[in-house]
Design a protein around this ligand. Structure first.
Ligand code: ADP
Ligand code: NI
Length: 216
């Protein structure tokens, strides 16, 4: 069983890595995903709080986007799980759960448990709603994207990697990805929350376009 001392150790070991991140996966993101995952956990009647919390804490540790050498990403996750003293079946289960959470350009692995589904939903919820809007513009700003460009509303013929590296305009990203997220939710509680956050984004973009055209 995962217990509180695993969580404390994971926090201590993982935090320095995420304090350095500037790709939208900083320590605050990890903390929000943990809180949202625990909120969903309660709503779903899931009693394995510590397991959910640990998967949330580790959910981005093996993400290829966060490692300059993509081949080292998987090992980084394994090292993190080993560093908190897990071995055997528990070690395997946590690795499998974390690997199923990541977006992976749409090629995600099947979800092995309710706990993993909860964290995947919590991670996706952090990309939409008010926080999602803020993250999208922070990301776009960091990459030099324009706020909006009516000529790039449809993704040009570029790979996911190129699109991530040099996005042209941030409003584009809402149509490419963020408006699709509510239909990808797995848990009932996640779906309910996603519908609320989706509405916030929709009305934001609607108002943005009205103002862009100079209308009141
Ligand atoms: P995850 O790995 O959690 O699925 P991503 O790495 O795709 O998320 O994105 C991290 C954050 O950066 C998200 O909030 C996402 O909306 C934002 N983001 C990613 N790509 C773009 C983009 N081209 N334009 C604006 N925001 C982006
Ligand atoms: Ni994440």
């Amino acid at each position: 069983m995962i217990n509180k001392s695993h969580i404390l150790l994971a926090e201590k070991n993982i935090r320095p890595f995420f304090e350095r991140d500037h790709s939208g996966h900083d320590w605050d993101h990890i903390q929000r995903v943990r809180r949202t995952a625990l909120f969903l956990c309660e709503k779903e009647g899931c009693s394995n709080f510590y397991t959910v919390d640990l998967i949330a804490l580790l959910h981005d540790a093996g993400d290829v986007k966060l490692h300059p050498d993509e081949n080292k990403a998987e090992q980084a996750l394994k090292d993190a799980v080993l560093s908190i003293g897990l071995s055997g079946q528990l070690y395997e289960d946590i690795i499998t759960a974390v690997q199923s959470v990541s977006f992976n350009g749409g090629n995600e692995k099947p979800l092995p448990s309710l706990e993993a589904a909860i964290v995947r939903d919590a991670d996706r919820l952090d990309a939409i709603g008010a926080i999602g809007i803020a993250r999208a513009f922070a990301y776009g700003g960091a990459k030099g994207a324009k706020l909006y460009d009516k000529d790039v509303m449809v993704r040009q013929t570029m790979s996911e990697k190129e699109y991530r590296a040099a996005p042209a305009a941030t409003i584009n990203h809402f149509y490419e990805k963020l408006f699709k997220i509510k239909d990808l939710m797995v848990t009932e509680a996640g779906k309910k929350e996603a519908i609320k956050r989706h509405k916030v984004m929709k009305s934001f973009v609607e108002q943005f376009l009205i103002e862009w055209k100079g209308q009141g």
